[in-house]
Design a protein around this ligand. Structure first.
Ligand SMILES: *Cc1c(COP(=O)(O)O)cnc(C)c1O
Length: 352
C-alpha cells in the first residue's frame, strides 16, 4: 500500500447495540467512515474518522444544484472470515465517469482502493458471515464550497460509508411500464450515478405504488417504446430460452451485475441478445406464452424477479419458472462473491 491515510479511531464501538438479525436496509452504519477533501485544485490527505454528522455551509452547491455522485458496492465474508469485494475497480471506474459528467474532479484510483480496503479492515467485524449477509458500501462525492453560483464548485468531499445488510426477499415485484415519465434522455445523465436521477424517480414511482406496482420499467423518453431499466436496476427479459437486455447508452446505466450476468450466460452457451427490446415485443411474447421471465439486476438484490407488468391498462402475469434463469444467475454470482466457487474471471478481490 502506498497511500498515507490519517486514521482516527472511534473511542467505543456501536457494534454490540446492533441487531444483525433485524436490519433495515441503509439505516445502521459502521464505526468509521472515509473522507477526503478536494481544494486548491487537488485531493488532500485521505482520512478515516469516526462515523458522524457533517458540518457543511448551507450555500454548498450540493444542496442547490445537486452536484453529487455516488456508488453502491458490497463486501462479503466467507466461511474462513476472509472479506471479499466484487469487481471493485468497476465501481471506481464508474464513479469517475459519473464525476466527469457532473463536472466533479476525478478521484485517484490507488487512493480509492487503498482507502476502501483500509476502512474495511478496520470495520471488518461489521461484515457478518453467512450467505446473504454483506456490508453495503456507499462511496459518494459532494460539492461543498460555500457559494451558490451556478457553476462547478471548487471544493468537494469524497466519502465512503458502510452499512451492514441482509439479503431481503422483495416479494412479488409488479411493475408498470412508463408511458409518460422518463428517468433519462439522450445526452442526459442516465448513465451516471448522479444523485438527482434518483430524486426524479420518487414521484412517478410513488404514483405507481398507489396503483399497486412496486416499480417502474423505464422506457425511452422519445417514444416510450424501448424498455430500458427497472426501477434502479438493469432489466433482462427471457423469451423462450433467449436472454435479452438493452445495450447500454447515455440513457442506461452500465451495471456491473448486468455485465457479469451477460458474461456468465455467454460462457454457459446460453442464447444472449444485447439489443433494443420493445414494449410491443414483450406484450406479444406475454400473449403467446414465450415470455418466460423478466428480472432486474443490481448490487443490492443481485437479481429481482418481476411477476407481472402493466402497460396501458393491460396487466400481464408472468408464470413462475423452476428453475428460473434469475435464480441460476443469482446462485452463480453469490457463489463467486462469497468465495464458495471457483472464480474463473478474477472478479473476487480480498481486502488485504
Ligand atoms: C446502480 C444502478 C444499476 C445497477 O448497477 P450495479 O453495478 O449492477 O449495481 C442499474 N441501474 C441504475 C439506474 C443504477 O443506479
Amino acid at each position: 500500500m502506498t497511500t498515507t491515510i490519517e486514521i482516527t479511531k472511534a473511542n467505543t464501538s456501536k457494534i454490540q447495540d446492533v441487531d444483525f438479525e433485524n436490519l433495515t436496509f441503509g439505516k445502521v452504519f459502521t464505526d468509521h467512515m472515509f473522507e477526503c477533501e478536494f481544494k486548491n485544485g487537488s485531493w488532500q490527505t485521505p482520512k478515516i474518522v469516526p462515523y458522524g454528522p457533517l458540518t457543511i455551509d448551507p450555500s454548498a452547491r450540493v444542496f442547490h444544484y445537486g452536484q453529487a455522485v455516488f456508488e453502491g458496492m458490497k463486501a462479503y465474508k466467507d466461511d474462513h472470515n476472509d472479506v471479499w469485494l466484487f469487481r471493485p475497480e468497476e465501481n471506481l471506474r464508474r464513479i469517475n465517469k459519473s464525476a466527469k459528467r457532473l463536472a466533479i474532479p476525478e478521484f485517484p484510483e490507488d487512493i480509492f482502493m487503498d482507502s476502501l480496503k483500509t476502512l474495511l479492515e478496520i470495520d471488518k467485524d461489521w461484515v457478518k458471515p453467512g450467505f446473504g449477509n454483506s456490508l453495503y458500501i456507499r462511496p459518494f462525492v459532494i460539492a461543498t464550497d460555500p457559494a451558490i453560483a451556478a457553476s462547478p464548485a471548487l471544493e468537494y468531499k469524497f466519502f465512503i460509508i458502510c452499512s451492514p445488510a441482509q439479503s431481503y426477499y422483495s416479494g412479488d415485484v409488479r411493475v408498470l411500464v412508463a408511458e409518460k415519465f422518463s428517468r433519462s434522455a439522450n445526452g442526459g445523465v442516465g448513465y451516471a450515478k448522479a444523485a438527482g436521477n434518483y430524486a426524479a424517480q420518487f414521484y412517478p414511482t410513488s404514483l405507481a405504488n398507489e396503483e399497486g406496482f412496486q416499480q417502474i420499467i423505464w422506457t425511452d423518453a422519445d417514444t416510450h417504446e424501448f424498455l430500458e431499466e427497472a426501477g434502479t436496476m438493469n432489466v433482462f427479459f427471457r423469451i423462450d430460452d433467449t436472454l435479452i437486455t438493452a445495450p447500454t447508452s447515455d440513457r442506461i446505466l452500465d451495471g456491473i451485475t448486468r455485465k457479469s450476468i451477460i458474461q456468465i450466460a455467454e460462457d454457459a452457451a446460453m442464447k444472449v441478445e444485447v439489443r433494443p427490446i420493445t414494449v410491443t415485443e414483450i406484450k406479444a411474447a406475454a400473449k403467446n406464452g414465450s415470455l418466460k421471465e423478466i428480472f432486474g439486476s443490481g448490487t443490492a438484490a443481485v437479481v429481482s424477479p418481476i411477476s407481472a407488468f402493466a402497460h396501458k391498462d393491460e396487466v400481464f402475469e408472468i408464470p413462475k419458472q423452476d428453475p428460473s434463469f434469475a435464480s441460476i444467475f443469482k446462485e452463480k454470482l453469490l457463489n463467486i462473491q462469497y468465495n464458495k466457487s471457483e472464480d474463473p474471471y478474477g472478479w473476487r478481490q480480498p481486502i488485504i
